[in-house]
Design a protein around this ligand. Structure first.
Ligand code: SAM
Length: 146
């Protein structure tokens, strides 16, 4: 099983949790300095599963993977930053890329910071063809199925 973490930042925890569940995880981040920090954190981690996590420098808007490569994709607080550091339409571009590399019937799990992010993310993910469920609760979590 292969998983992808989009805009992983320096936060190794989501990828390590998936590795513990048996996934081979690719963590994508476009800032090389952040990837360096991520790698250092993996080295410092006490989890035996860190060897199943591969961080790479790549742009979520232009993912370097074949179509239908992943069984699960996660994006922790990343979509807003893709547009903050890029252009507003980059969210849609990244959503299309994510959909392309996700296997049919599989899920993208998106964590968001704020209420407005929930509505706009739901609309964007729907517009590129995902079926979207917003999880009830304090945290803003969207489950998008291809
Ligand atoms: C708010 S941080 C979240 C990091 C991490 N997922 C977490 O849970 O803490 C968003 C990250 O997305 C990265 N990012 C922004 N635009 C990106 C892009 N086009 N491709 C890949 N990563 C991007 C930023 O460099 C930043 O590290």
């Amino acid at each position: 099983m292969f998983a992808l973490d989009i805009g992983c930042g320096e936060n190794i925890e989501p990828a390590v949790r998936l590795a513990v569940k048996g996934y081979s995880v690719v963590a994508v981040e476009n800032n090389p300095y952040v990837v360096k920090e991520y790698k250092d954190r993996l080295i410092e981690s006490e989890s035996e599963k860190v060897s199943s996590v591969i961080p790479i420098i790549a742009d979520a808007r232009f993912l370097p993977f074949k179509e239908a490569s992943f069984d699960l994709i996660i994006a922790y607080y990343a979509f807003d930053w893709i547009s903050i550091l890029g252009e507003p339409e980059d969210i849609e571009r990244a959503a299309c890329e994510v959909k392309n590399v996700l296997k049919r019937g599989c899920k993208l799990i998106v964590h968001e910071y704020w209420e407005q992010g929930k509505a706009s993310r739901r609309d964007v993910l729907k517009s590129v063809g995902f079926t979207v469920e917003v999880k009830p609760g304090d945290e803003i979590i969207l489950i998008a199925k291809k």
